[in-house]
Design a protein around this ligand. Structure first.
Ligand SMILES: [Zn+2]
Length: 267
């Protein structure tokens, strides 16, 4: 961790990188300005995820830098629903900001850097505490694809147990590189992984796909909880899930444009 905690009790709190610490560890060089369209999509992703009920005051979304795969873009520490282009910061994979300028950074940014480091095909990461998903991380019931929109869930989302990496006495947060590496390892090739007693990570080969998956992960969880109360549930089998995922991959822009318009109207 490069900074000192400012808020000691709240979850996913922020830290500032104090000048003294940054003076010892030189800030990494910038990869240069990211493409304006990428930054625009990242701002929209923040707003959409809030508008669609995936994130609230907490949670974050990142995208890999389009000029350097060893850099990523992430908002400064703030509520995603309020993010603008001016709030977007560049980080190296260690989670060190290129140009902190005293801005607070997300305590759990190691989720993003370590996933980007370990999984070169991942271009975007969403971390949230979306509520309908939480029960599937703490029970023996797997989050599985209930309908075609969530075919990306495949054979079911794995659950990350932080005690395996951090022992029995963590605050549940991915607050350092070691925990981030354990999380990225457990993720493997899965697009979605639950975090027991905390939330989830959702990844994609692009930011719009990651947002699509994050939204439908939450919707699927909500519906699966309802369906299980009715009795036995028939889920998509792995072939159905795979084909549905492939079909939907070509349709991502349709909901994106709708969600974006609605989410950005209140700017
Ligand atoms: Zn979190």
């Amino acid at each position: 961790m490069i900074g000192r905690r400012l808020f000691c009790t709240c979850t996913c709190a922020a830290v500032l990188a104090p000048a003294g610490v940054r003076a010892q560890a030189a800030a990494p060089a910038s990869a240069g300005s990211a493409g304006p369209a990428l930054v625009e999509d990242l701002v929209a992703a923040n707003r959409i995820l809030f508008d669609q009920g995936v994130v609230d005051g907490f949670g974050h979304v990142s995208v890999r830098h389009d000029k350097d795969p060893s850099r990523y873009l992430l908002s400064r520490s703030m509520a995603p629903g309020l993010v603008t282009a001016d709030d977007i910061m560049e980080f190296d994979l260690d989670g060190t900001p290129v140009d902190a300028r005293g801005r607070a950074v997300y305590l759990e940014r190691f989720i993003h850097g370590e996933i980007f480091r370990m999984h070169p095909a991942v271009m975007s990461v969403v971390h949230s505490h979306s509520p309908a998903v939480i029960p599937f991380g703490v029970s023996k019931v797997a989050l599985r694809p209930l309908y075609h929109m969530s075919g990306f869930l495949g054979a079911g989302a794995p659950v990350f147990e932080i005690r395996d990496a951090g022992g029995p006495a963590t605050d549940m947060l991915i607050r350092n590189r070691e925990l981030g590496r354990a999380l990225a390892t457990a993720l493997g090739d899965h697009p979605v992984m639950l975090m027991r007693g905390h939330g989830s990570v959702v990844v994609g080969p692009g930011i719009r796909q990651a947002v699509f998956r994050a939204v439908y992960t939450e919707v699927n969880a909500r519906m699966e909880g309802e369906a299980l109360r009715l009795g036995d549930v028939t889920f998509l089998n792995e072939q159905e899930a795979a084909w549905a995922m492939e079909t939907n991959a070509g349709q991502v822009n349709r909901p994106w444009e709708l969600w974006r318009k609605k989410a950005m109207e209140g700017r």
